[in-house]
Design a protein around this ligand. Structure first.
Ligand code: IPE
Ligand code: IPE
Ligand code: MG
Length: 246
């Protein structure tokens, strides 16, 4: 493959792409003696806080990991509650997203989701299509490896540049518009792994791990992670200008 991986045009300016593995809802609930679903509900409020804080701190694409392809293995009652929560959140939050000029995409597979949720996703995506302040991507039934494999299968007979592959990968996961590479990947709850999230897009992402459980995460935590990111030196395989001068 040839070509460089330049950010894809989203019409949203050239701010940061921040991705978050929102982890720790279950532990948050357990510490309070509550059912896991109470943790997921509290996690929903943290999503709203992150979305509201993001544009103010220079984020133009925010990708949130809400449900992985492997999460289908969880107890049916938890999965069912999560699907209902997604549906309700989409319905309730869409007017606010539209008012705040946030464009929504739900990335991942759609063929295994409840039909009513798929319908709600389509409605929310259409209703927020004009948003130019923030591209919010919520990953539901998402697996980076499945997405990469499906994209490779589609392109099997066509020689693809890295940029062409990235464009097709965005189509595979229904990201409209296409998103640029991730600049900063955050994972909450103290875990330090990727859990099959954005493996292609995170090739040069800076990583930020925090012990904070997702339901406790707020706009200040997001701002602190971005402030820390702004002090990092990104070399992309090159040489630091500081060192090159020596
Ligand atoms: C993240 O929180 C939300 C989802 C994966 C849906 P968890 O539910 O994984 O919370 P922990 O890891 O059990 O605390
Ligand atoms: C990753 O969290 C998926 C989401 C946050 C949606 P998990 O809690 O499912 O990941 P593992 O099992 O700890 O790796
Ligand atoms: Mg977890």
């Amino acid at each position: 493959m040839t070509g460089t991986l330049t950010p894809t045009a989203s019409g949203l300016g050239d701010g940061l792409h921040v991705a978050i593995i929102m982890d720790g809802n279950g532990r948050w609930a357990r510490r309070r003696g509550l059912p896991r679903t109470a943790g997921h509900r509290a996690g929903g409020k943290a999503v709203r806080r992150a979305v509201e804080a993001a544009p103010e701190i220079g984020i133009t694409t925010l990708t949130l990991y809400a449900f992985s392809a492997d999460n289908w293995q969880r107890p049916a009652a938890e999965v069912g509650a999560l699907m209902q929560l997604f549906e309700r959140h989409l319905r309730d939050e869409t007017p606010r997203l539209h008012d705040n000029q946030v464009r929504l995409s739900v990335i991942g597979r759609r063929d295994r989701l409840p039909p009513r949720l798929v319908q709600e996703i389509g409605t929310a995506e259409r209703a927020t299509r004009s948003g130019r302040r923030l591209h919010l991507r919520i990953a539901v039934d998402y697996s980076a490896r499945q997405a990469i494999a499906a994209t490779a299968a589609r392109l099997a007979s066509v020689p693809a540049s890295l940029a062409g592959f990235t464009r097709q990968l965005n189509r595979t996961v229904h990201s409209v518009p296409a998103a640029p590479d991730v600049d900063l990947l955050i994972r909450t709850s103290g875990e330090q792994r990727l859990s099959d999230f954005l493996l292609w897009e995170c090739a040069y992402a800076e990583l930020h791990f925090t012990r904070r459980l997702w339901p406790d995460f707020n706009g200040d935590d997001l701002a602190a992670a971005v402030a820390d990111f702004r002090h990092r030196e990104r070399r992309f395989g090159g040489v630091s200008p500081r060192l090159a001068a020596v």
